[in-house]
Design a protein around this ligand. Sequence first.
Ligand SMILES: [Zn+2]
Ligand SMILES: [Zn+2]
Length: 1005
Amino acid sequence: MAYNFPEEEQKILKFWEENKIFEKLRQKNAKSKKRWSFLDGPITANNPMGVHHAWGRTYKDLLQRYHAMKGFDERYQNGFDCQGLWVEVEVEKELGFKTKKDIDAYGIDKFVEKCKERVRKYSAIQTAQSIRLGQWMDWENSYYTMSDENNYAIWHFLKKCWELGYLYKGRDSVPWCPRCGTAISQHEILTEEYKEITHDSIYFRLKIKEKDEYLLVWTTTPWTLPANIAVAVDAKLDYVLVKDKDGYKNWVAKDLIDKIFKGGHEVLKGVKGKSLVGLKYSFAFDGLPKVKELLGKDKMFHTVVATDDRIMPINIEEGTGLVHTAVSAGSEDFKLGKKLGLPLIEVIDEEATYLDGLGDFSGKNAKKHPEIILDYLAKNKEYVFKIEKYKHRYPTCWRCKTELVWRVVDEWYISMDKLRKPLEDIVKKINWIPSFGRERELDWIKNMHDWLISKKRYWGLALPIFECKECGNFEVIGSKEELKKRAVEGWDKFDGRSPHRPWVDEVKIKCKKCKAIVSRIKDVGNPWLDAGIVPFSTIKYFSDKSYWKKWFPAQVVCESFPGQFKNWFYSLLVMSAVLEDAEPINTIFGYASVVDEKGEEMHKSKGNAIWFDEAVEKVGADPMRWLYMKANSAENMRFGYTLIEESKRKLLVLYNVYSFFETYVKKEDFPKNLKIKTKPARNASPARQPDGSHGGGHSDAGGNILDKWIISKINHLVSVIEFNLEKYEVARAVSEIEDFFINDLSLWYTRRSRKRFHPLTGSGHSDSDESSDSKRQADRKEAIETLYFVLLGIAKIIAPIIPFFAEKMYQGLKLKDMPESIHLCDWMEPGSNADLDLEHKMDEVRKVVALALSERAAKSIKVRQPLASLKIKDQKSKIKGDEELLNLIKDEVNVEEIIFDGKIKKDVELDVNITKELREKGVVREVIRCIQGMRKELGLKPQDVVAVHFSDTGDLKEVITKNEEFILKEIRAQKYFGQGPQVPLVDYEFEVDGKSIKVVIYYSK
Ligand SMILES: [Zn+2]
Ligand SMILES: [Zn+2]
């Protein structure tokens, strides 16, 4: 049966909205003493939501809905991440800007407003998309990291860091994006930010003073050569002097000779690296004014130095074993320089353009024109040994993908040394899913540098640092009130504005030390500060501590983990460590990334990206949600239309069971005051049906074994689901549910029970046996009760996962005094009526059936052809002697008898000898099947009464006549008497057992 997911979902969305179902749910749980605190990791409100966001949002929704059904009070607060480079870069693109100068010319105020505008636009779009996904959140109450509240909360945090002595200004060589014009912190350079890039690498010579010898050095960043200060060697390593084919004598590491020289060379002598230390050299750039300045002035300039292995280990895999050390243009270089007291030469500005004082290079861009250095060197053969293409992994800007450079700049840091230990303790208190998260986070905390928190940008947290230009003193302001108190000018220009640039920069304070007027530093904050503060800023840490205590720490956060160990998870931990020395969350539940069906990353440019809006309208939210929730959260998730179609087909199996019920059972027959007996009586003798079948094992005493079994199964299922959801094993829970409704409910229970649901009315049999009819009536009632109970149960179980589909089922099952929505129902409590013994026996029944049916298939005997017997080998079988269970096998395998026989060779064996009597039974079954098929084709409903007339039975006359009454009863048809209000519907011929039969079907009014 067809179910149009997108269309039904639209109707249900409308139903939820018009009837305020979510509001009613919140009211229902508002007084609950149980609280479940979820903390939403803010989504960047910068673009429409992608299918990867929808994965995480489905987890979030599932967990919240599940806990709501269990009666927990929840906050349902969604978050939007608003500030930072990601938004700035998009606005720059929108405005066609190339560099920061364009922003200054445009006006920072107008630019910041544009950024806010973009956030408002995309947060509205993402809200609408999330609603379409079925996510329930208190959308009116979403938090925005750009809010005053959030920004001032970070001020408070930074002030505390300053008071504790953690905040400092540092001068360092840092990774720098020349397009964005800002430092990129170590935290932001993730493995995926490294790209395979081919650069020109150069082996160049440095002439040793007063000798006819050279240092042969290799670099992959020739643009840094004017910044060369020293050459580092490993004091313990063997170096050799090699005469190359051009006659130059070069010092290189002994182990690298073969890699560097390709023949025609001669090794002259060898020494340990320490013998080279102290040698002075000259270089090609010594004539540039900035370089000249240092010559003679600094004793360490252009000297061979011994490296420190812990700072800059020298490898003998590539290069020459002598390392170009440009103190200003590399973080290891900088550190080594600091240790050895080396000077530095700054060579590029914030756009990577060569600074003044560098001769012809000044004003030219180092990254855009790397050839200018190479061309310059190539003019003199003495300098260049060789230039080679070199492919390596090189870091790029996470936002704009520009290759990074290294610059020495003043930036602001939070010192990590004192925080490492408390952070480790907090990490250990948190439950990490997947469990490797714990080790990754600990590893990061052990190795991370101090946290670089400043950015030379516009749209972001205004770092509340006021640094005195006169005396160098700096202060951190911790709140708006404090700023107002300290303000000596500009408050009027700022008042009423958000604490952003440029408005907040109007406010000046007075230096506590020298009384000079002090401005805020121009920098904005690292955006992870914005998201890290939310366990405080969004839960009223400052305005209502008792409320905050109720909700802190959160039970769980649920985010895509790639990247977050260094970013959000990290910033949450740091801020919580400083403010409360406590874990902000009990569980960090991370999930991986979404990839396409082939396992490849989705990219607009690759053409394999799928847009959320397109997918949800094409296939519906529920099939997507089902696919998401069945994925292993620890691994990359494959997403695509083939897979969604598969998930849709699975859901339709459940829908078909539901619609079978709806077709055969009228609403007035739904059980009222449904009470499923916990332990129905068993061991009753089964009643035989006229055709010798057992009607699905119905017993007179009530308590059909299939009913008992499926009820046991669903009770058992609920416990399994709860167990897995408590552990965030969502995929396992969902797979169990799917297995239940496909294999247990559809393929076994419903299929084996179909007949029990057929209406009894209108059979019109003259000799209808009243007591048999009332038995069937009772059995039907029981079957209806059972399936109703199971369908209602499954609707509850799937409600948190596929809320639309569950609602659809529920609305069809709902009776007057039941809650108006499935989402206002309580979770299905696992009953005490799980019967493991029965479940195991049923497993065995199904195993035997599967073996017997494959035996039939192997011998090409149709299941409709009854056979005399099935032998089962296992003498210890638990089902031996259990008539009800054996009857299920007889019916399913279509055999007359089951014999336990330890002597047979295989586990089961079929008697395949078809006697005349058996063949006759087969014919009768086939006739029934054909007429039923025609009934269906004519579009008749089960309750429609027809009359059937066998107009020509040919060779099968004897069989038909003998069994006519039985056949008519089975197909719920009257006999045709050639009179009365019977309208012929169809007159047709079909073949059974190679012989033809003609039949007329009449409609009985
Ligand atoms: Zn950039
Ligand atoms: Zn001062």
